[in-house]
Design a protein around this ligand. Sequence first.
Ligand SMILES: Cc1cc2nc3c(=O)[nH]c(=O)nc-3n(C[C@H](O)[C@H](O)[C@H](O)COP(=O)(O)O)c2cc1C
Ligand code: SF4
Length: 424
Amino acid sequence: MDYPSITLRNIKEPDSHKINTYLKSGGYKGLTRVLDDMVPEEVIGSIKRSGLRGRGGASFPTGLKWEFARRDRNFPKYIVCNADEGEPGTFKDRILIEKDPFAIIEGMTIAGFSVGAEKGYIYIRGEYVKGAEILRKAIKEAKEKNFLGKNIQGKDFNFDLDVYMGAGSYICGEETALIESLEGNVGYSRIKPPFPINVGLWDKPTVLNNVETFSLVAPIIVNGDEWFSNIGARDFPGTMIYSLSGHVNKPGLYELPTGINLKTIIYEFGGGIKDGKKLKAVFPGGLSSGCLNENEIDIPMDHKALAKVGSMLGSGAIIVINDETCMVEIARRGMKFFRHESCGKCVPCREGTFWISKIMLRIVNGEGKKEDLDLIKDLGQGMKTAAFCGLGLAAANPVLSIIKNFPKDFESHINDKKCAYNNK
Ligand SMILES: Cc1cc2nc3c(=O)[nH]c(=O)nc-3n(C[C@H](O)[C@H](O)[C@H](O)COP(=O)(O)O)c2cc1C
Ligand code: SF4
């Protein structure tokens, strides 16, 4: 079956990151239409009708976000692109940045026009040095052709962009920590509400969206909101780039309709489990989503369906694990990551990640006790209810879902004092 390719449609073109290639493939038709024929409210109406939801993890309706920012009469306003891409398992934004930077820039410019912002920032993770360089060159080219700058395409609309590099911190992908970092402060999350849409960068209204979200904007304007809303799942339409990794034959990026079956992605697109082994577990939305067992994967990649089984769609990062893997070791490594990345501002997350990490190490080393599992559950539940931001709210998901789905792996570590898989 042929599926529409929207965000990845240009990436195989030679020099796809240059403005002339972008223009030849229909680039900037969206912005031109917006500037020639539409008022901001019409653009926002179209994005709302399209049903576009953010692709960065929280699945919030994009048009609604833009509408809130439009209505706010506090100026100046800002547009921020979240290119921090820190969730373990996610690697989709990098390809969009390196191969189709103008799609992101065009989407941000349309957002600027829609909400009344004249300035935008692309916050890119520090490791994406090549991506940052490509973006900077793209911004320069866009300015030369007057797609950025003053009086864009002769209209009464100014919009400019800058690239800002992060310094390798996962928490700086969380929108309020990102804004703190962009302001030059330590990346601590802010308490919400107020939300960045009203009190964001330098306390001004700020539209913050993910790279993929911005890349979908111009195609929606060009092809129509109805076209987009008819692709994929009804209440989460369009395509999504799934980052498929782990023990599959064909790992990679797959742009497929939202709501597509997870099993189909793994077996039909990913070619099944590597080396003829069997599937054991899947994280459908990155490390911080709870994992599913082999009986749960016949499920649509839809935020509601995944929430029902205690997991999350997140940014569509599917991590596949075979049946020769010790899930206790996966839980230990996952918690070590979150402990390292916790900013330490609030007690449930700072202490929870610290203590669960310690207990996991004890279990892996054959020194665990049966009661440890209840202790982990208590600590994890405390984090899920009382942590200050999304990092702490989700950090216990891997370990809690592994305890639920794979109790036998824990039993061999705790009762037999050894790993049934030799830590393979
Ligand atoms: C710990 C943490 C890390 C996050 N990292 C990212 C990230 O790297 N990229 C991203 O787009 N969103 C990330 N998010 C989600 C953002 O806070 C925000 O919801 C998103 O960027 C909004 O854009 P969207 O509406 O287009 O999805 C993260 C959230 C949390 C809690
Ligand atoms: S939940 Fe974790 S990352 Fe978020 S503010 Fe608290 S300590 Fe920091």
